[in-house]
Design a protein around this ligand. Structure first.
Ligand SMILES: [Zn+2]
Length: 469
């Protein structure tokens, strides 16, 4: 879809955005706005003009909170996707709010027209082809906003495409090669390490990967956007289980197809990285993705196995379905050995317990540095991509004590999200670290089944705010 900025509306279908009906000069739109109550945020009418219909719609914002804007933008987008082209009139908005309204609309329109039809004989694309944002004085400002908003949308769509693709196609190799290709296309560096490196150096990761015929990959992406290349980077780490059967601790069959989404952490950090690089954020950023399958092949890890992780910690594998932390712990050590990071944020569909705690509304957030956690919470509020902090009290370490190794990989049912993060914290002691558990937020089940692209909006907002500090 094409987004442009203009000083004058040129399309037949028109959307007017306002906070008060007096702001609207178009007579039809004004009538629609006047019929809306404070509770209604969207109205539309079709008026006949020389044999065809002219579509007019109004979005009425009760306030300028990001949540209000996003809700209204979603309603408008449901209507807009049925138009072929559209002018959006933003003239009531000031310097501060024009970018915010534009951003909310681009995200909502992008979401409304997103399809994953690549494997259908008859694709069903949205009608909407082009959107023009109109402001008599601020079209240059809108142009700047659009380039960042489109970069974000690109990252979100890339994440969704990777996540929605079946695991027979989106293998670790496919995921790694797509990440490298996308990174190189935006002028970033990419490195892929395969089974030789992982077997030799990352034994806990290898212990999970060796149960599958698919080769595991470790992907490293580096983008130098800061004026000084030597400035410590923010490193995003992603869990990339392209399919999680549970391994020998096999999952039940129902809904198992959704375990193709166990790579959403990887897709999220790749999408965020590409969005940040496309938007040319003045920041040094890196991504480390550990990707493999968790399968019950003959070589698979078994309950009771003990492995020595990359940093020398021994781990008793009590449940092969708690494999994400076994992969991530070595990825976190890899980061320690290969970077001097400003901060490390790992993103993972890590625990079903997170869905019990926070449902599908908020991502679980934990970390060893409250300033970093606070910055992420701030970005979460500013993007309305919800996250909620859970504690990492030292008492939780008790649940990870093993009779046969330094740690065990499960801590029982109580506080499952926290004990998983407590496990990871053991491998992240030497830098500022935060962890996002996105098991409840990365994809939707049921009729709306599909990847959400979350929490890319949160992470992108965090990165932008880092550049503004
Ligand atoms: Zn699992």
């Amino acid at each position: 879809m094409q987004f442009t900025a203009s000083t004058q509306a040129t399309q037949e279908s028109q959307l007017f955005v306002c906070t008060h009906s007096d702001q609207i000069t178009d007579e039809t739109a004004k009538i629609i706005a006047n019929t809306l109550t404070r509770k209604e945020i969207f109205g539309t009418a079709a008026i006949p003009v020389s044999g065809s219909l002219k579509h007019i719609a109004v979005v009425y914002l009760a306030d300028l909170q990001v949540e209000t804007m996003q809700k209204a933008a979603k309603e408008a987008a449901a209507w807009a996707q049925k138009q072929v082209s559209l002018s959006i009139n933003l003239h009531p908005f000031c310097n501060l709010n024009t970018p915010l309204v534009t951003q909310a609309l681009v995200a909502a329109l992008g979401e409304a027209v997103y399809r994953f039809d690549a494997y259908k004989k008859e694709p069903n694309p949205a009608k909407l082809q082009s959107v023009e944002f109109v402001h008599p004085e601020r079209s240059e400002m809108i142009k700047d906003t659009l380039s960042r908003a489109e970069a974000l949308l690109y990252g979100v769509n890339l994440c969704k495409d990777l996540a929605n693709t079946g695991s027979n196609i989106c293998t670790p190799t496919y995921l790694a090669e797509t990440a490298a290709r996308e990174a190189q296309a935006v002028g970033a560096e990419a490195k892929i390490l395969g089974s030789d490196y992982i077997r030799e150096n990352m034994p806990s990761f290898w212990g999970v990967a060796k149960g599958s015929v698919q080769e595991p990959k470790l992907v490293e992406l580096r983008y130098f956007g800061a004026a000084d290349k030597s400035i410590a980077p923010i490193v995003l780490v992603g869990k990339g289980l392209t399919f999680d059967s549970g391994g020998i601790s096999l999952k039940p069959g129902e809904g198992m197809d959704e375990m193709k989404y166990d790579m959403c952490g990887a897709a999220t950090v790749i999408g965020t990285f590409i969005a940040a690089a496309k938007a040319k954020l003045p920041i040094n950023l890196a991504v480390v993705v550990a990707t493999c399958e968790n399968m019950p092949d003959a070589g698979a890890a078994k309950p009771g196995d003990v492995v020595k992780a990359m940093n020398g910690t021994t781990i008793e594998n009590l449940n092969t379905d708690a494999e994400g932390r076994l992969v991530l712990c070595d990825a976190l050590t890899y980061v320690e050995q290969n970077f001097t990071p400003k901060a490390v944020i790992d993103v993972a569909t890590l625990t079903g317990a997170c869905i019990i705690a926070l449902g599908n509304v908020a991502s679980g957030l934990m970390g060893n540095d409250q300033d970093l956690v606070d910055a992420l919470l701030q970005a979460s509020r500013n993007s309305n991509d919800k996250a909620w902090q859970l504690p990492l009290f030292p008492e939780y370490k008790e649940q990870l004590k093993s009779n046969f190794a330094d740690l065990q990989n499960i801590g029982g049912r109580p506080a499952g999200t926290i004990t998983a993060a407590t496990f990871l914290a053991h491998f992240a002691e030497h830098y500022h670290w935060a962890h996002l558990d996105i098991a409840g937020t990365a994809w939707k089940s049921g009729v709306a089944k599909g990847a959400t692209g979350r929490p890319i909006p949160l992470l992108m907002q965090f990165l932008v705010e880092q550049t503004e500090r």
